[in-house]
Design a protein around this ligand. Structure first.
Ligand SMILES: [Zn+2]
Length: 189
C-alpha cells in the first residue's frame, strides 16, 4: 500500500476578499509565494499579526486563494499563547468558534468567529480512497514512520477529486512524533 506523505501545517490564516481589503488595502491581491501540496492552494508573501487577550503572535502566514469565510488555524500551544479557547474542528466548521483580532498593514479586524485547531486529516482522491478501502468522513488511525514513531488516531479521511494524497497535522502533533523533513505514514484500520 502506498505510504502517505505527512505534512505539518504551521499556524495560518485564510481570508475573505473583504477582510483582505481591510487588512491590506482596497484592491489588494494575495501574492503567490509557494504552491502547497493541495492543487490550487498556495502560501502568500503577506503576513498578519494575531492579537489575543493574553499575547500576540506576529508574522502569521496567509494561505490563498481567498475563501468564503475567514479562518484562523492554530495549534493548542498557539491558542494558549494568545489566550483563546479554540476548539478542535474540521476546516470550514466554524459555528460557535471564538474570534480574534487580526492586524494587517492597512487596518485591523475583529473577526467574530473562525479560530480553530484543525482536526488532523488526510486529503485523498476518490481513486486513493478506493485503493485504501476508505470513504469520505471515515475516521482512521495512521502509523507515523519517524524517529519517534506513533499511531495517531481520530484522523479524518477527506475525499475529493481536487485533492492530492497527504496527511495534515499541526506543529504540536508534528513535534510530538518528529514528523520532520520528508515523513510518511500508513493507514491502520
Ligand atoms: Zn489539509
Amino acid at each position: 500500500m502506498e505510504k502517505i506523505l505527512i505534512e505539518t501545517s504551521a499556524r495560518h490564516v485564510h481570508l475573505t476578499k473583504e477582510d483582505l481589503a481591510t487588512l491590506f488595502g482596497e484592491g489588494s491581491e494575495l501574492t503567490f509565494k509557494k504552491a502547497l501540496s493541495q492543487p490550487g492552494q498556495f502560501a502568500c508573501e503577506e503576513r498578519v499579526k494575531l492579537v489575543g487577550p493574553k499575547k500576540e503572535i506576529s508574522n502569521v502566514i496567509i494561505l490563498g486563494p481567498v475563501r468564503p469565510a475567514t479562518q484562523i488555524e492554530l495549534s493548542y500551544t498557539d491558542a494558549r499563547t494568545l489566550g483563546i479557547n479554540a476548539p478542535l474542528r474540521e476546516s470550514g466548521n466554524l459555528e460557535g468558534t471564538p474570534g480574534i483580532k487580526i492586524v494587517g498593514p492597512a487596518g485591523e479586524i475583529d473577526v467574530a468567529q473562525g479560530a480553530i485547531i484543525a482536526k488532523r486529516h488526510i486529503h485523498m482522491t476518490p481513486e486513493d480512497a478506493e485503493n485504501y478501502g476508505v470513504e469520505n468522513g471515515q475516521i482512521v488511525s495512521v502509523k507515523i514512520d519517524s524517529e519517534r514513531s506513533a499511531v495517531l488516531g481520530d484522523v479524518v479521511v477527506r475525499v475529493s477529486p481536487k485533492f492530492s494524497l497527504a496527511m495534515h497535522i499541526d506543529t504540536d502533533e508534528s513535534n510530538a512524533v518528529c514528523a520532520f523533513g520528508t515523513c510518511y505514514g500508513e493507514i491502520i484500520k
